[in-house]
Write a new protein. Structure first.
Length: 642
């Protein structure tokens, strides 16, 4: 059960409710949190929301009194840091406000609201109170768009403002932050370069440049800039984390671990630092780490986000010493804290799967045959998270004709725009909308995808890998829009795959991933949908079964390349020798030769898998190549789940 579901205590303020109340009615947000604090006076999350609500009412001194103790005990909590800085600004404590914003962007280098606040503070300190008037006149509309997460609108407003006032650094810095948040690092970089040229003494601009280089995948340049920043004598635990992530991406494992350890050495209570160390599967925590993490968790006044990360790190430390029951308990506590609102998520997904099956029929494909874009460049690697898609990507990227581009969100953005289009026009909702579109629209969708992904291409190789696992739901749209593109489904044993999801910490994880039963139901729905694609698009999707790939790598790689109509290259079996940037939690495994360590690696936790096995049902019985410790095989694995 989720810990937040205890009926004897007031319901917590959900993140969605917090955002709505703080933006539209801070007085109501104050009342809501005071209601919670009557029953739970030490509830740190309610106190944080209360401080933010008071700040929005202009009550800076009251907000400061609440926020300062939270920041003192948990300085890596960026929302608290940001709110404290804004409260200090209200009180005219300019130096302290700037320090708070500096810490915020150190810990969260792409946090758009922190950069906006920092831009304003720099403008005030540089130009005095007049800058505030200028900000109100020039940037109010941009800030409103940012608050609504309408980044295209904010980008357009700021571009016009910058054209009118090219020397207004607050506009330029905001513009760069919006571009970076919108995953347009390639556009943000020249804007940041201009900031640095105009004000080379400002180290914040170099921090933003390092973040943009990192986001664009220019890790070597980012590393050099991080090393420059970290050499200035300031203690920057967040920058050490960013530096470590860049090192990890290019395979500098020992150096990245040293950087992460430096971060927790500077800040021993750094929850994100301990959580990141726990994601490194090749790292084993020393036994004394358990006592340290337990002591951190015993402190009063911890925010939920701190506790969920520390429970996750503690679970990994306990697993490393073979205390599996306690490890499972702490993985569960971490996921419970992350998983408010889990119930019903997979029911909605199953309903969505049924809608997809009803829309994507052989008749639909026949009626729109030949309508898509004929470019054959994309190779979509899809499947469940933690199923081996990173391994498949690295094998493919070692081929001389294939470029890796990582997990691209472009197709997801196109789908979201189609959803909005359907709602605006009063048309059938997505995916039913697709059956109403004229055939020529699908060619346009294919060309739009290719154009939007072009900035991520760095070579002239004819093929590229888009490794966004959840594109399995979009296989039908991919076929209609890009009929010559290839789709590869990476599949792994249900218990190993599902538990690997559960014992990994994904900062932006979908709700279903926080509960083992829900994960099992999602996996079963995924299998059902892939079986549907096999029926309506026969031969269109190639399946790579992880256990079979491990058992006979060359045979499986040859089959994969045959499907892609590419010649076999030995380099694909030696993918780990090629220096390539990898930015997933599987980075360490993907830099090793293919090994069987991921086969059956959930067996120690099998005693706690009853609910997961029940939710998987027939899918578990039918899985091919099941490790011996799991339930026996049955005849078929392509089925509709009742």
């Amino acid at each position: 059960m989720n810990q937040n579901s205890n009926p004897s205590t007031p319901s917590p303020v959900s993140s969605a409710e917090v955002g709505r109340l703080l933006a539209s009615d801070p007085v109501a947000a104050e009342a809501r949190t005071r209601e919670i604090l009557k029953a739970q006076p030490e509830n740190a999350d309610a106190l944080l929301v209360l401080g933010a609500a008071l700040r929005r009412q202009g009550r800076g001194a009251e907000a400061k009194a609440i926020l300062e103790p939270i920041v003192a005990s948990q300085p890596d909590q960026v929302f608290a840091q940001l709110e404290l800085g804004l409260s200090l600004g209200l009180l005219g404590e300019r130096g302290a406000a700037l320090e708070a914003f500096a810490r915020t962007v150190d810990f969260a280098p792409t946090y758009i609201h922190a950069w906006c606040a920092l831009a304003d503070e720099l403008a005030v300190q540089r130009s005095g109170a007049d800058a505030q008037t200028s900000r109100a006149d020039t940037l109010h509309a941009a800030d409103a768009a940012i608050a609504k997460r309408n980044l295209p609108e904010a980008e357009a407003i700021l571009a016009r403002a910058l054209e009118a006032s090219p020397d207004f650094e607050a506009v330029r810095l905001r513009y760069a932050a919006v571009l970076l948040s919108a995953e347009k690092a390639h556009v943000a970089l020249p804007v940041i370069e201009d900031l640095i040229r105009r004000n080379p003494a400002n180290s914040f601009y170099r921090e933003l440049m390092a973040s943009a280089l990192h986001e664009r995948g220019d890790f070597h340049q980012a590393i050099a800039l991080y090393e420059e920043l970290l050499g200035d004598g300031r203690e920057r635990p967040g920058a050490w984390m960013s530096y470590g992530r860049a090192l990890r991406s290019i395979g500098k494992g020992k150096e990245s671990i040293a950087a992460f350890r430096k971060a927790v050495e500077i800040l021993p209570a750094f929850a994100q630092g301990w959580r990141t160390l726990a994601t490194i599967k090749t790292l084993r925590f020393a036994p004394e780490t358990i006592a340290h993490l337990e002591n951190l968790l015993a402190r009063p006044g911890l925010l939920l986000s701190t506790r969920m990360q520390l429970h996750f790190a503690l679970a990994k430390a306990l697993e490393d010493v073979g205390r599996y029951g306690e490890a499972f308990e702490n993985y569960t506590r971490s996921q419970d804290l992350q998983g408010t609102g889990v119930a019903g998520t997979t029911v909605r997904f199953r309903n969505f799967v049924r809608q997809i099956e009803a829309v994507f029929t052989p008749n639909l494909f026949r009626a729109r045959e030949g309508a898509g874009c004929n470019d054959s460049g994309p190779i979509f690697v899809v499947g469940m998270p933690r199923a081996g898609s990173t391994l498949v990507q690295e094998i493919l990227a070692a081929h001389s004709a294939i470029e890796r581009t990582g997990e691209l969100h472009d197709l997801h953005r196109i789908v979201e725009r189609l959803r909005a289009e359907a709602q605006f026009q009063g048309a059938p909702p997505y995916p039913a909308l697709l059956a109403t579109l004229p055939p020529e629209r699908f060619g346009g969708i294919g060309r739009e995808y290719l154009e939007s992904t072009r900035p991520r291409r760095k070579t002239d190789k004819p093929f590229f890998v888009d490794k966004h696992p959840e594109n399995f739901v979009n296989a039908g749209l991919i076929h209609l829009a890009l009929p010559r593109a290839k789709i590869v489904d990476a599949r792994r044993h249900p218990l190993d795959c599902c538990f690997s999801i559960f014992r990994n910490y994904f900062p932006s994880a979908p709700q279903w991933s926080h509960d083992l039963e829900e994960i099992g139901r999602f996996y079963a729905a995924y299998v059902e949908l892939m079986a549907h694609w096999d029926v309506v698009l026969p031969g269109r999707i190639h399946r790579v079964v992880y256990e079979e790939l491990v058992a006979d790598p060359e045979a499986e790689v040859r089959r994969l390349l045959d499907f892609l109509e590419l010649p076999f290259e030995q380099a694909c079996l030696r993918f780990y020798e090629k220096e390539q940037a990898i930015v997933t939690t599987s980075v360490e495994q993907a830099r090793r030769p293919i090994y069987d360590g991921g086969v059956g690696n959930s067996r120690e936790f099998d005693p706690w898998f009853g609910p997961l096995k029940a939710s998987l049902g027939q899918v578990l019985d039918a899985y091919p190549a099941a490790p011996k410790f799991h339930r026996p095989l049955t005849a078929s694995y392509s089925m509709r789940i009742a």
